[in-house]
Ligand binder design. Sequence first.
Ligand SMILES: [Zn+2]
Length: 137
Amino acid sequence: MPNRPQPRFPEPNSQPFWEGAKRGELLYQQCNSCNGVVFYPRMLCTHCGSLDLAWKQSKGEGTVYTYSVVRQNRNPAFSDLGAYALAYIDLDEGFRMMSNVIGVADPTKDVSIGQRVKVEFEKQDSGDYPIPVFRPV
Ligand SMILES: [Zn+2]
């Protein structure tokens, strides 16, 4: 999947996330006031409204919360993929993110709710920022 859309900057809330992805790190935020975990990247805590958020590195391990298989996508960045799994992943640190489950022979049969997965960073022909995707472990 080498040609996905790239982030556009300046984007102060998510740029640290993407710089982390460049280093092979999956980053999330945690509130210094209430310890709430925040994802996707934002300016303020979604639990208490504090502006005091810290960036943390996830181990990148989690479980498939739910998924769907996209069988056809006409967007040029995705049209050559064939069927692929779009999933919500529950990371062990307590946040949920949308991504793809890759590396399975048949996404209609080889992805399941509760499946353990681990992040990897897919390099893109479309730019410098790799995309975090998940592979079953
Ligand atoms: Zn908070």
